[in-house]
Design a protein around this ligand. Structure first.
Ligand SMILES: *Cc1c(COP(=O)(O)O)cnc(C)c1O
Length: 421
């Protein structure tokens, strides 16, 4: 459920008409709803209510905007970060280091040092060489790093191949069968305190079964690790819960169903459970608002050319992802059209032969469910400025990331002396 609704025939974000934002900020623009963020955090928390003190660490990569992170920080969420940049952004937005987890296969020595300086809650290690490096870095600072190993459970998440992370051929985690050896070795490293097990099998999961089979493997591993003398105190179950994109498809499992499964499967684990939801918190809390530049008649159907493009919202091009497309002021007529951006790539296509609200040049269109993996994946391809972002709460709204002037693109480069005449 979200707070983007039609009122008197005009699409609103909470109490703000989208056209008002377009008129003042221009398009394209990302618009986030605070009430929707709050609702999603509440629903996720409620689903985990039977658990003692779970740590919910928002996956920052889904939406790293400072205002979004500050909203989530106020609601008590932690952060799952995958780079120094995300770590610093999370801390700057008010997320305490005691609620931060550091994931990712390529953490550098510098990133480890930074995270240790801040005293984060847990490093999720993804290889044995990484464990050795972290131990050395920690010892050199006179510190001990709290760690978990991310296990690759070899489970098919049943999602798009580019967002599947838990198959044995994926780069993530350590092989399940290697875990006991890896934990024994990590326990010998003086700079590490081995406290947990972690898993994350992919994103936009629309079925709980692969999650349940991954979690079951984690439970069995915890038992074996304890038998081998490891004091396992945390289990990080990752993120991955899907959100509805295409209204014609079945709705993905609810956070309540997910929570019930987690409570059932983790009974008796006797650990602090950790979660890393990204999409399910922010996906439906954002839209990408765009204006129709013109409608062009193609050989077989019209092309609706909008001012947003693949550089602003990469998901359709990268993952063949579906975003619902709605006119801000529907004309009560439908048309079948292909919706494209101005970028010079055939992949710059948001929808092919889709039945959408009939639109004309200058009409506003909203791409729904664009709050996750939207602005964060934007680039300046075709020398297009990055899209601004707006946060709405009730009848108030604020620009939370301004549209940079296109001059900034030019000024960012420099021409070496030998090229200056
Ligand atoms: C991306 C990612 C997440 C978040 O995934 P969602 O599908 O957005 O919930 C969580 N944990 C890790 C390690 C990730 O890489």
């Amino acid at each position: 459920m979200d707070h983007f609704d039609y009122r008197a025939g005009v699409l609103h974000a909470e109490d703000v008409p989208l056209a008002e934002i377009a008129a003042q900020v221009g398009t394209p623009v990302y618009i986030y709803s605070t009430a929707t963020l709050e609702r999603h955090v509440g629903v996720f928390r409620e689903a985990l209510a039977p658990l003692a003190d779970p740590l919910v660490a928002f996956a920052v990569k889904a939406n790293p905007n400072a205002a979004v992170l500050a909203t989530l920080a106020k609601l008590g969420l932690g952060a799952d970060v995958v780079s120094a940049g995300e770590l610093l952004r999370a801390i700057a937005a008010g997320i305490p280091a005691s609620r931060i987890v550091f994931s990712g296969v390529g953490k550098t020595e510098e990133e480890m040092r930074l995270a240790l300086e801040h005293g984060i809650f847990q490093f999720n290690l993804e290889s044995e060489p990484e464990a050795e490096m972290l131990s050395e870095v920690a010892l050199s600072m006179g510190k001990v790093a709290s760690v978990a190993y991310r296990i690759n459970p070899d489970v098919d998440a049943g999602t798009h191949a580019k967002i599947s992370t838990g198959k044995s051929e994926n780069k993530f985690g350590i092989p399940y069968d290697r875990a006991l050896v890896a934990y024994d070795r990590a326990a010998q490293l003086a700079g590490l305190d081995v406290q947990g097990v972690a898993v994350h099998i992919g994103s936009q999961l629309t079925d709980l079964a692969p999650l349940e089979s991954a979690f079951t493997k984690v439970g069995a591993l915890i038992e074996r690790l304890r038998d081998a003398g490891h004091a396992i105190r945390t289990a990080d179950l990752g993120g991955g819960l899907g959100v509805p994109y295409d209204p014609a498809l079945p709705v993905p499992p609810s956070p309540a169903a997910y929570g019930a499964m987690v409570v059932r499967v983790t009974q008796g684990w006797n650990v602090r459970l950790m979660f890393e939801p990204g999409r399910v918190i922010v996906g439906n809390a954002g839209v990408l608002l765009s204006r129709v530049i013109r409608v062009k008649q193609g050989a077989s159907q019209p092309f609706v050319i909008v001012d947003a493009a693949m550089n602003d919202l990469l998901r359709p091009s990268l993952y063949d992802a579906w975003h619902d497309i709605r006119a801000v002021r529907p004309r009560n007529a439908q048309v079948q059209a292909t919706v494209v951006g101005p970028v010079c790539e055939t992949g710059d296509t948001f929808a092919t032969a889709r039945d959408i609200d009939a639109v004309e040049a200058d009409d506003l269109l909203a791409f729904m469910t664009a709050g996750a993996y939207g602005a964060t994946m934007a680039s300046t391809y075709n020398s297009r400025a990055l899209t601004p972002e707006v946060l709405v709460t009730g009848d108030q709204w604020a620009v939370v990331r301004a549209r940079p002037p296109v001059e900034a693109l030019i000024e960012g480069d420099s021409i070496p002396d030998w090229l200056r005449g």
